[in-house]
Design a protein around this ligand. Structure first.
Ligand code: ADP
Length: 505
């Protein structure tokens, strides 16, 4: 295979900036693709937190102009590298990204100029290529924040011979977040009027950025095979199911991997004691440490259940709320780590007061605590209503912390149900999104937990599952190859002639 050049365009990438799973993917997948021989580079905004924490930033270009609507904005480009040497390019535009949060503040919600901020990022991908004289074979775009680049590419960039054989891949990390703005915002994109249509980015009279990725990219991927099927249905497609159904031949689900170096119980520096499938004694030390941190030391012999995730309805907190009174009657402790919706937080806080000796909620973003919970808990809950992929269930499996999950999206693809496959299962699943089904599944896990030998067998099976990125990375390469194979013969593809699009995009 000749060296493939891939530009990852994403609004967040670990370790530089992270609010969720997208950052994990955009941070880890490039490293695995690099190992497989690709020249991969990452392009993202220069947020305040990135600038403050990254001492070695090198200037790439200054004062380039990006036209948003009728305004010309000056941007600057910077370069740094990941620890393994992958180039990362940052887009600077002071008032756009030099802020305390990535997308909005907890008090005031989404930033009002998010459309402009991410139009700039999408357009900036092209400016970057011209600045560094490096032209990718594939623009790999992620979520609505960079989806417009697929439209710019289709309408304009591809007519430049430098991009003649290039293509676009768009990855959906969560279709619930689409970047929908009032119709008036369309003029900010400087896309040709033809793109304002049912077959373009118009969506019930509004401007839908994610739709650009779905309509104009050469290939669409999402983060698990089951979610790829689910999003073509009304229940999970959030209004975009029709387009996805139309494009189902160019849609593939590829299960996310996890960063197996950061999440390794044998080397995890956050843990008071490390452990492996062959010697689980360190896991007990982690449990004791977690109990003592949470004030549960007097009941540490009870099964300890953990839960980590955004406090959002997606994550199944409504089910949890309904089963909590019954769950708390059982002899268990439950530790929850999460930030997000204050209404959800308040409800759990009320329950915490009622069951103060057995229920603990921590509402902060705390990487160390996340590792300690994954290591110290016996059982992990992920009752998500829907879950494109989910990472925590895979971390749990790797740490011998047996997951109880709703059989949806990536949860269904990554956990094998012990109740169905007693000799090979790695966790517990419930199939109907109902409180009773969830509670029954937790009870099955608690019953089996008492059978120590069987439990340890499940733990060992879970801990040897391979969730490294290597498997998924080769599937992405298959997708890239497919796209590039379709590009033979530049200029023969049907499509509109390049529009003026603000002159520069
Ligand atoms: P999503 O992207 O929907 O939020 P994922 O399970 O795909 O959910 O990824 C969430 C990531 O964020 C995981 O790496 C998880 O450990 C981490 N995380 C979520 N909330 C917290 C928190 N309060 N503290 C530490 N890590 C968190």
């Amino acid at each position: 295979m000749s060296e493939m050049k891939i530009l990852f365009c994403a609004s967040e990438a670990a370790p530089f900036a992270k609010t969720g799973g997208l950052a994990d993917v955009a941070g880890s997948l490039p490293e695995s693709l690099h190992k497989l021989g690709c020249d991969v580079r990452i392009f993202m905004p220069l947020y305040r937190s990135v600038r403050d924490n990254l001492p070695s930033l090198h200037p790439v270009a200054r004062n380039m102009i990006i036209p948003i609507g009728t305004h010309d904005y000056h941007i600057h480009l910077w370069e740094s590298r990941t620890l393994s040497g992958t180039p990362v390019y940052f887009l600077e535009k002071d008032e756009f990204y030099d802020r305390s949060y990535l997308y909005g503040s907890p008090l005031r919600g989404d930033y009002e100029d998010n459309a402009e901020r991410f139009i700039a990022l999408s357009m900036g991908a092209r400016q970057l290529c011209d600045s560094i004289g490096w032209y990718p074979s594939i623009f790999h775009l992620h979520d609505w924040q960079t989806a417009l680049a697929a439209a710019y590419f289709q309408m304009n960039w591809r007519y430049d011979p430098k991009f003649g054989r290039s293509g676009t891949v768009f990855t959906i990390h969560n279709i619930a977040y689409q970047g929908v703005f009032p119709a008036g915002f369309f003029s900010l994109t400087n896309l040709p009027p033809s793109t304002w249509s049912l077959q373009g980015i118009e969506f019930w009279g509004q401007c839908n950025f994610m739709k650009a990725g779905l309509v104009y990219s050469d290939f669409i991927t999402t983060v698990s095979p089951r979610y790829a099927r689910e999003i073509t249905t009304k229940d999970f497609g959030f209004g975009l199911e029709g387009i996805l159904e139309e494009r189902k031949d160019s849609l593939r689900g590829i299960l996310n991997g996890i960063d197996v170096n950061t999440w390794d119980p044998q080397t995890d520096s956050f843990l008071p004691h490390r452990f492996s499938k062959d010697d689980l004694s360190g896991k007990k030390v982690c449990k004791e440490a977690l109990c003592s941190r949470m004030g549960l030391e007097n009941s540490c012999e009870l099964p300890l259940i953990g839960m980590i995730g955004r406090l959002a309805t997606q994550k199944g907190f409504d089910l949890l709320e309904k089963i909590l009174p019954d769950l708390m009657k059982l002899p268990v402790n439950l530790v929850i780590l999460g930030t997000g919706d204050t209404a959800i937080e308040e409800k759990i806080r009320d329950m915490e007061k009622l069951y103060a000796n057995h229920l603990k909620l921590i509402t902060r973003y705390d990487e160390e605590m996340a590792h300690l919970i994954e290591a110290g808990a016996d059982i992990f809950l992920m009752p998500s209503r829907y879950e494109p992929c989910g990472l925590n269930q895979m971390y749990s499996l790797r740490y011998g912390t047996i997951p109880v999950v709703h059989a949806t999206g990536g949860l269904d693809n990554s956990v094998l149900d012990v109740m169905v496959y007693p000799d090979t299962g790695t966790g517990f699943k419930f199939y109907d999104y109902e409180p009773d089904a969830f509670l029954d599944s937790v009870k099955s896990a608690l019953d089996l937990f008492k059978e120590v030998r069987k439990w340890v067998e499940i733990q060992r099976r879970a801990m040897i599952e391979d969730f490294s990125w290597d498997k998924s990375a080769s599937q992405y390469i298959e997708v890239y190859e497919k796209v590039l194979a379709s590009k033979k013969g530049f200029g023969t593809r049907p499509g509109p002639k390049p529009g003026p699009i603000g002159g520069l995009v």
